[in-house]
Design a binder for this molecule. Structure first.
Ligand code: AMP
Ligand code: ZN
Length: 494
């Protein structure tokens, strides 16, 4: 029996605005697509937060025994500066400014993205496809949408006909917008655009002569519209109808709305059962954005080199900080918040380090199975990591009480406590025991210094005082003091 047969998850579905019991299309299997980064600059911590929310969801689904196919794309073409299909391609612009090839930009920031996610202990997705690797699929999709009467070609570009689509479908159902309101709120076309209506969006854009990122198509040498790649790649790897689609809140409109429209127009069915949106990370109460300078890069947290923080923080501390907020809540990044999380994180790790030395008793005075189910209930309730963390701190209290002898657990319950903590802290929240990493380092240092102490004793026994002094002095130079006492030599690190 798999765990998912006992643990039933509820997911907040942005499409319906309610929490729904999760039921995958194929029992035991989950298809999940999350919009990946546009690789034209270093990921900031806000991007990391969104991907972390889905990393934890991926981890939890796997923990429950689901076979998850998690697809997270890399946007390496087609994402223009402005959502209204105007402006330069973000990657092409960066390439122009830096005088390098667009694919060099893509490579640089894809590597950065992977490095940062590794540092934060992310699991890699099952498939990480790129937009430029799926141009053929995108062209095929456009042909189908044109054939079905929902797109039109003008001057080598192809646009999705939102008004036509809305006659038979509901454009705006995800973001709860009405086409009439959109019409009311958008400016008239300035005559520069080929679109029939400003609400239409590009499926294919004819490339200007200077545009390097171009591919042949039946309509022109050009490039696909940004929304199309996700439809092409999710359909290819997860099918026309799959379980979960995620991304940051800011992608709901127009990106995800357009994905739904494209799928429905091309395939005649809505693509996704559960739409999930992660909320924004803000800093000091204001939107985190590169354009205003109000942002922090992950590396700056690890080095402490940013005016918004007073010291460096370990990756797991930053991870813990972010998971102390529910993924659907806005999270304000502050130095004080991080300092508080750091304290909590090390308190949790200290307790986990104590756990391995706890001794079982005859009888249990604590109800560990009820506590364990509370941890599952928290995650089953729309992946509520802050409530889970509150239960983990309940366990910290238990561990300290057992150590002091005021509470006790029998061997079976103690094993349950250990395995549950390990599963939730390390496998599901993806934290790493930074203190134990330090301890391993300390153990190795002790081993090495003990060896030098032994060599020094041998040198002394051989009356080689030059060597024995050299060992002592050179260790002192690197901050390790040897102290000779009546029980032998000990050392301290300055
Ligand atoms: P982008 O590379 O701009 O396409 O963004 C990658 C992901 O990061 C998307 O899912 C965005 O919604 C998300 N994102 C961007 N800014 C923030 C932020 N301040 N907080 C949380 N997520 C964000
Ligand atoms: Zn997308």
């Amino acid at each position: 029996m798999q765990l998912y047969e006992k643990q039933s998850i509820k997911i907040y579905n942005s499409l319906t605005g309610t929490k729904e019991t999760f039921k995958p299309i194929n029992e035991g299997h989950v298809g999940m697509y999350v919009c990946g980064p546009t690789v034209y600059s270093n990921v900031h911590l806000g991007n990391v937060r969104t991907f972390m929310s889905f990393d934890v969801i991926f981890r939890y689904l796997k923990h429950l025994g689901y076979k998850v196919r998690y697809v997270r794309n890399i946007t390496d073409a087609g994402h223009l500066e402005n959502d209204a299909d105007v402006g330069e391609d973000r990657i092409a612009k960066k390439a122009r400014l830096e005088q390098i090839e667009p694919m060099e930009v893509v490579q640089r920031y894809t590597v950065d993205f992977h490095n940062i996610l590794n540092t934060f202990n992310f699991l890699p997705p099952s498939i990480e496809p790129t937009a430029t690797g799926h141009i053929i699929e995108q062209i095929e999709l456009i042909k189908t949408i044109i054939d079905n009467g929902f797109a039109y070609e003008v001057n080598g570009s192809v646009y999705f006909d939102v008004h036509k689509f809305n006659e038979t479908h509901d454009y705006g159902k995800l973001s709860k917008r009405k086409l009439e309101d959109l019409i009311h709120n958008t400016r008239e076309l300035d005559g520069q655009s080929d679109k029939k209506n400003p609400q239409d969006f590009a499926l294919w854009k004819r490339a200007e002569p200077q545009h390097i990122m171009r591919w042949p198509s039946p309509w022109s040498d050009g490039f696909p519209g940004w929304h199309l790649e996700c439809t092409a790649m999710s359909t290819k790897y997860l099918g026309e109808h799959f379980d979960i689609h995620g991304g940051g809140m800011d992608l709901k409109f127009p990106h995800h709305e357009c994905e739904i429209a494209q799928n429905e127009a091309a395939k005649g069915q809505t693509p996704v059962n559960y739409w999930m949106h992660a909320n924004m990370l803000i800093m000091n109460g204001k939107k985190m954005a590169k354009s205003t300078g109000n942002y922090i890069l992950p590396n700056e947290i690890f080095t402490g080199d940013n005016k918004n923080i007073t010291k460096a923080f370990a990756p797991s501390v930053a991870r813990f900080f972010m998971l102390q907020a529910h993924y659907r809540s806005i999270l304000d990044f502050t130095n004080d918040g991080l300092l508080a999380s750091e304290k909590g994180f090390y308190r949790l790790m200290d307790a986990i380090n104590l756990l391995k030395d706890l001794k079982a008793s005859e009888k249990s005075s604590l109800d560990i199975n009820t506590w364990k189910q509370k941890c599952y209930d928290a995650m089953n309730d729309d992946f509520n990591s802050p409530i889970l963390i509150a239960h983990l701190f309940e366990a910290v209290k238990y561990i300290n009480q057992i150590k002091e002898g005021s509470e006790s657990l029998n061997a079976e319950d103690l094993a349950t406590l250990k395995s549950t903590i390990n599963a939730f802290v390390f496998d599901i929240l993806g934290l790493e025991n930074e203190t134990s990493a330090n301890e391993t380092g300390t153990d190795k240092l002790s081993g090495a210094v003990d060896l030098l102490i032994k060599l020094r004793q041998e040198a002394r026994a051989n009356k080689d005082f030059a060597l024995s002094d050299k060992i002592r002095d050179e260790l002192a130079e690197v901050g390790i003091q040897l102290k000779d006492g009546k029980d032998g030599t000990t050392f301290s690190v300055n």
